[in-house]
Design a protein around this ligand. Structure first.
Ligand code: NAD
Length: 541
């Protein structure tokens, strides 16, 4: 920025549209869904601003109608990944020198494209690819992605404004350089917003990126690519490759120019990636930055003073929206015995009213889980719970994969606080509840802290302020996002920066300045105005 200290628009959260019957947004998204569902899309790789097709393709089908094909996508071979690396490094020469206001302009434009002309398309693609209801698609692929793009621009300028002290004879300046080399974004299926944010926030800070989306999010990834292209992201800055994750990763991590991993997904994959980086560490020109947001086993603790209806609503929304496939989804509950009867009654009543099916039918609150492997895993845990003496299924328990991967919202009550579904991340619509004696509240908090390897989200529900205070202290390290009297899901960019520690990740808080700081390497420049000409200090006499 040579000629002005430019201000960026103050970031505001994108309002969530209602999609109420008769609303124009509902008509628009239904029309778009219908067109995309009945059409056939072909999704190539995107390298150096060009669409690249390969001989190897796979079909794409919606999880709620797995025999129906909505298109194909192309799988990269090793040479495509090598091309992407070479092209990114070439693009870096110009992009890393691009004044920040132009980078900001591109991504602010991307936000407005999603808010306007691409809104119905990105929502419909997310409904089809990931089987989200319109509400879940809207809060993710439209609003959250728009928020990431807008707030990151603001955070970038706040970082740039952070400058050291200077004196009259020396001026100290920090410039926030992008990382040397290229970066790698690996994204999960479950949030279109995360898929868009991981590559774009690194590019915003001046980095060049190779982005590998999940094979189960390709349709909405394609819309993100289209938006970035229309917004003016130059060729080579963000390159997209699909396909064999291990081959792509090995090729990328073999490059001495690999300088950063921005990952969201399961814990085991992340640990594997970290090991690969460790094994190659002597080959890199710079120490790669590693950011990973991973699994969760998120909890709701209800004290005897909690309102039973509020707890039931937190369970139904927190555990079953998007079929429990949010990393923050509640999946273990610790409920005081004296209120459990009422909580249980309300949960069962609510679940009886919930409809399950395709997101195209907007009466449905629950749709399908992402793929057959997930369906089978969940069905196995449910079957096991049916057999186990220390577990009782109090709601749901049915499943059917004949048309789509449908699992009924299921609540397991267990007498064993270490029952497998209290400890393991299932990533589906299964909530397990352990009922504790009211007098054992303190002991239960210890149990919550010690039960799982994860520390992503959690909630305490109570009206007694002493109980809230005790839980807040006892669970200090049990969750990176801690909620008081709310469900543990639904973090909003700019309001609740998101991420957890322990096995849940590096806690670099997506949607905050902290995350962006990982994608820059500051250079201090000291300029001395009157340079000394005599080496002797006064003490030398
Ligand atoms: P996943 O681990 O199956 O896949 C994540 C990404 O890793 C995908 O792009 C996948 O293709 C890639 N991958 C898989 N195997 C790989 C390999 N061997 N080498 C390199 N890359 C590989 O996860 P998912 O099913 O897409 O997403 C669900 C998981 O993500 C859950 O564990 C959830 O908790 C987690 N998640 C965490 C957060 C968070 O912020 N903490 C947010 C969303 C999702």
């Amino acid at each position: 920025m040579g000629k002005g200290f430019f201000k960026v628009p103050v970031a505001v959260n994108e309002p969530v549209k209602t999609y109420a019957p008769g609303s124009p947004e509902r008509e628009a998204v239904i029309a778009e869904y219908s067109k995309m569902f009945r059409g056939k899309v072909d999704v190539p790789l995107y390298i150096n601003g060009k669409y690249v097709t390969t001989k190897n393709t796979k079909t794409m089908s919606p999880p709620h109608d797995h025999k129906h094909v909505v298109g194909t996508y192309h799988l990269a071979e090793k040479n495509h990944v090598e091309d992407a690396i070479a092209t990114a490094l070439e693009a870096r020469k110009s992009w890393s020198q691009m004044p920040w206001e132009h980078r900001a302009g591109i991504f602010l434009k991307a936000a407005e494209l999603i808010a306007g002309p691409y809104r119905a398309k990105i929502n419909a693609a997310t409904m089809i690819a990931q089987s989200k209801t319109i509400h879940q698609a809207e809060i993710d692929s439209a609003c959250e992605l728009i928020d990431f793009l807008r707030f990151n621009v603001q955070f970038m300028t706040e970082i740039y404004q952070d400058q050291p002290q200077s004196t009259s004879d020396a001026w100290n300046r920090v410039e926030y350089r992008p990382l040397e080399g290229f970066t790698y974004a690996v994204t999960p299926f479950n949030f279109t917003a995360i898929a868009g944010n991981l590559p774009s926030c690194m590019a915003l800070m001046g980095n060049v990126v190779i982005w590998k989306p999940s094979n189960h999010q390709v349709y909405s990834a394609k819309v993100i690519m289209d938006v970035f292209e229309e917004a003016g992201v130059p060729p080579g800055v963000i390159n997209v490759v699909f396909g064999d994750a291990a081959m792509i990763t090995d090729t990328i991590m073999a490059s001495p120019d690999f300088s950063g991993l921005h990952y969201t997904g399961s814990t085991s994959v992340f640990q594997n990636l970290w090991k690969k980086i460790g094994n190659n560490i002597a080959n890199y020109k710079t120490y790669p930055r590693i950011v990973g947001e991973t699994g969760g086993k998120d909890f709701i603790v209800a004290h005897k003073t909690a309102d039973a209806k509020q707890v039931a609503t937190a369970i139904v929304r927190g555990a079953f929206e998007f079929q429990g496939q949010k990393c923050s989804a509640a999946s273990r509950g610790y409920i005081a015995k004296s209120i459990w009867g009422d909580v249980k009654k309300h949960v069962i009543e609510d679940l009886k009213t919930i409809k399950m099916g395709s997101p195209e039918d907007m009466d449905n609150f629950v749709t399908a889980v992402i793929h057959e492997a997930s369906f089978d895993k969940l069905a196995n845990y449910i079957d096991q719970a049916k057999k186990d003496k220390n577990a009782t299924i109090i709601a749901g328990g049915n499943y059917d994969k004949s048309k789509g991967y449908f699992i009924e919202p299921t609540v397991i009550e267990t007498t064993d606080p270490k029952y497998p579904t209290m400890c393991t991340e299932l990533f589906g619509p299964v909530m397990t509840v352990y009922v504790y004696d009211d007098k054992d509240f303190s002991k239960t908090l210890k149990l919550v802290d010690e039960t799982s390897e994860y520390a992503l989200t959690g909630a305490i529900m109570a009206t007694d302020r002493y109980a809230i205070d005790e839980a807040t202290k006892a669970l200090q390290n049990s969750a990176g996002n801690f909620y008081i009297n709310d469900k543990p899901t639904g973090a909003v960019v700019g309001q609740q920066p998101f991420g957890g520690a322990r096995a849940s990740g590096t806690n670099d808080k997506a949607g905050s300045m902290q995350n962006l700081l990982r994608w820059i390497s500051p250079r201090l420049i000291k300029e001395t105005f009157v340079t000394p000409t005599d080496y002797r200090y006064p003490f030398l006499g």
